[in-house]
Design a protein around this ligand. Sequence first.
Ligand SMILES: [Fe+2]
Length: 437
Amino acid sequence: MNQLPKNAKLYLITVIITAVFFSFFLANNYPMPNTYVLLLFVFLSFLTESLTVRFTNEASVSISFAVFFSSIIILGPLGATISAALGIMFRYVKTSDGASRHVLNTPLYKILFNGSMAALSVGISAVIYYSFDVQIADPHFYNNFLAIFCVILTCLVVNTTLVTGLFAFLQKNPFLSLFISNFIWTVPNLLIISILGIFLSILYLNYGVSIMLLFFAPLIFARHSFQLYIDIKNYYMQTMTALANAVEANDKYTKGHSERVSFLAEEFGKHTNMKSADISVLKKAGLLHDIGKIGISDSILNKPAKLTNEEMLAIKDHPELGVKILKDVNFLKGVHEAILHHHERYDGAGYPHGLVGGQIPLNAAVLSVVDAYDAMTSDRAYRDALTTQEAINTLKQEAGRQFHPLIAEEFAEMITTTKNEEIVNLKQANNVSPPLV
Ligand SMILES: [Fe+2]
């Protein structure tokens, strides 16, 4: 915990203390449910939390909210809070890089914070639900739509607020824009899963525990298939990253270029509030934009002298070659046009098609700016790296000529004003004078 910023530490401690006081409040005001049913729900929330499908370390999908929702209806506020908090604290998850995380190798403050978030979001939702004069374990609970709606909304708002608060302190990003993007991402997920929660509760209250558990088998199978699909996509992206690195491996000047373009393009998408699907296209296109260079001879790519016309034509083939390499990969369809047109110029003097202004697809226009910025701020065989300010000046000078003017302006603004530590580190690296030898 020592490595966290001071205000993030204070935030974590406040959330944990609030959750402890809130749990005492629940213990004094709501009945303890039957121990066996409580243990069953602790196990179910542990199971569903452990079976979370993770896309990245930040984004994941879990059906645990269905269990939390039914525990609110079946156990009441105290039981629901205990089962949700314990389930999350003792979960066993695999991170996107394949490592296991569990109670024995996770720092205590993280375990307590996760448990507190679950206790507060589930507990507060449950208290609001029972303020609507519904009874615990009422088999006709679904007649009270307003109470159900309030459970979903409260859980969503409390959970998103607590998570966003932490990220706002850690990443030093503004709370509101982070809240909106997290909220939008969570709403459809939670709405669908809450229907599952209603269904689970109906099964339990009308047909008993064994019928409800039977329903879990196909659910876990569906989750397994989904996980396989995500794994295959991740493996494919890893292969593509390896391929992109292979293109750059023989050239010390372009090492890491594609990964930096991918990162900066993704950050630009977030900065300009693009849809998450468009950001994902930018991220992949950034990584793969120069993949076509794999088909071009190293002697041309690494030539320190001026290229002949013939060599230049060979280089100009790389966007089309890249699309040819990736053409059979269905989930990269949206990425193709960004790769194909990332060397078009706003004034029409680019390649391969000489598109002008608005004819250039937006994602390709973004990539063109980011690609040029990273190239300018990296050393090349024929020149030293420019400083961040020099590169920004060039982007502004070329706005409306080489670059889409609005994109160049926005990107320059992002680089200048960002508090994102990774971008700041990249900027600092750019501003260090290159070694003399
Ligand atoms: Fe390129």
